[in-house]
Design a protein around this ligand. Sequence first.
Ligand code: UDX
Length: 439
Amino acid sequence: MKITVVGSGYVGLVTGTCLAEVGNHVLCLDVDPAKIATLQQGGIPIYEPGLDDMVRRNVEAGRLSFTTDIPAAVAFGEVQFIAVGTPPDEDGSADLQYVLAAARNIGLYMSEPKVVVDKSTVPVGTADKVKAQIAATLAERGADIAYSVVSNPEFLKEGAAIEDFMKPDRIVVGAEDERAIELMRRLYAPFQRNHDRILFMDVRSAELTKYAANAMLATRISFMNELANLAEDLGADIELVRRGIGSDPRIGYHFLYPGAGYGGSCFPKDVKALVASGREQGHAMRVLTAVEEANEAQKRRLVDKLVKRFGEDLRGHHFALWGLAFKPNTDDMREASSRVIIAELIRRGATVAAYDPVAADEARRVMGDLPGLRFADDMMAALHGADALLVVTEWKMFRAPDFDAIKASLKHPVILDGRNMYDPAWLRELGFDYQAIGR
Ligand code: UDX
């Protein structure tokens, strides 16, 4: 099949590359010439394990290419994926300007029937807007060409996106006409494994499914964070409670880890957007509003603990911080808890030495030059002379550090662990003042 992917960001690039991997011919479009130039030269603008090799392999095989040429991109694919950004507007609702611009371009330049697939995470009703935008643009041209608009949300986890695309739990397709349904069935046949994983449904239900999934997961996390905070006061251990409830199959073990708050490009944005959608419909969305509030507070949890230990005024104090990315195996700094923590420490007059195995460059780019923030070249170098160590992202390399060396480098043997990486009893035995989340 010939496929165009509009938007060569995270989702677009993974989608396009995986579709090429199974034999399709894919052309990825982006308005950013620098990004396209990087891709054409074999570079990858994002960090995602396995993606660089897969891009290279498919470019070399002639199945994957990149362009900034909009008319050529529209002409190329019988399927046109829209995978552009939907950043939050000021009121939290998703900003659809890029999605609608992509729809307009399709309407402007198409000369034969197309199936347009919304891959971007968009509020319910967007497919109708895309449809209307294409209709209006075709009408301007006086053209009458058939097209359908399909909703096909992605469920990719950063750091595992290739695996998630190649071996999906489910493929959600909202489509209402037979031609589009047939085409989507063919397109996803190579990803089915053993049994049928495509769930066909109406377009609006597909659009809502994406938000529902992310909002449910975010809710679990905020709920666990709140329970963890309570467990601390009650003298219970949230890790034991987690196992105790996770063994109930109705609850399950996944996504029950308390921590320093959820971040990333999806949960914060999607929770806000669903709250905004609710508001538009006259629903208060009380649960989700609380989920978001609890998460904002949770991002400050480690600072609250530091303040209890060292006082409100942190001038003259220096802290080491391990982990900048919003989660391991990515360089993504969007809505990362580390940003809130660093900003708050610096606001209180402290200095910070931060280490992350992958995200330091990205952190420098998004946070700019913060006076008081320094990036260390290795995890142990970050510790030197610090009053305490804060662990914010659970990179594997932080799992079994040399605690004697840590103790020797720190001014005080204090570890504040935002991801429950270590055994509290053992660390206390080693002489640390060790504080985790909910233990
Ligand atoms: C998420 C969804 O998992 C994915 O299906 C969707 O398509 C996009 O959003 P992603 O943002 O890559 O993926 O990250 P994910 O691994 O889900 O983690 C999100 C955040 O939740 C991270 O900050 C993580 O640290 C936090 N988290 C996750 C917890 O605090 N506790 C948990 O138990 C799980």
